[in-house]
Design a protein around this ligand. Structure first.
Ligand SMILES: [Zn+2]
Length: 117
C-alpha cells in the first residue's frame, strides 16, 4: 500500500497548478478539483501565495475551510481586477448606491428616538 495521493493518481487543482505531487493529506485537495481547480487557484496563488493560503487554512477549523476558500478566491479575483481597492471597490460602490437612496430614510439611518416614550 503505497502513498497514492488522491487515489486515482491525478493531483488536486492546486497541486496541478503548482506542478507538485499531491499528498494524501493535501490541504487544498477537497476544495480544488483537478479540472476547474487550477484556474481558480491561479488567482489565489498570484495574490496571496500558495504557502500563505495553506498556512491560513490550517489555522481554520475543517468545517469552516470551504467558506474560507470561497472568500479567499473572491478576494483574489477582486484584487486582480482592482489592485488598489480589491473587493473594497465593490463595497464603496454599494455604499454610494445606498447614500443616493438616502431620501427614502431607512429606519436604521437616524437615531432620533421617535418611537421612544
Ligand atoms: Zn493537492
Amino acid at each position: 500500500m503505497a502513498s497514492s495521493g488522491t487515489g486515482t493518481g491525478s493531483p488536486c487543482g492546486a497541486c496541478k497548478f503548482l506542478r507538485r505531487k499531491c499528498a494524501s493529506d493535501c490541504v487544498f485537495a477537497p476544495y480544488f478539483c483537478s479540472e476547474q481547480g487550477p484556474a481558480r487557484f491561479a488567482a489565489i496563488h498570484k495574490v496571496f501565495g500558495a504557502s500563505n493560503v495553506s498556512k491560513l487554512l490550517l489555522h481554520i477549523p475543517v468545517h469552516d475551510r470551504c467558506e474560507a476558500v470561497v472568500t479567499i478566491a473572491y478576494e483574489a479575483q477582486a484584487r486582480i481586477r482592482d489592485p488598489v481597492y480589491g473587493c473594497v471597490a465593490h463595497i464603496f460602490a454599494l455604499q454610494q448606491q445606498v447614500s443616493k437612496k438616502k431620501h427614502f430614510k431607512p429606519v436604521w439611518s437616524e437615531g432620533n428616538g421617535r418611537d421612544r416614550k
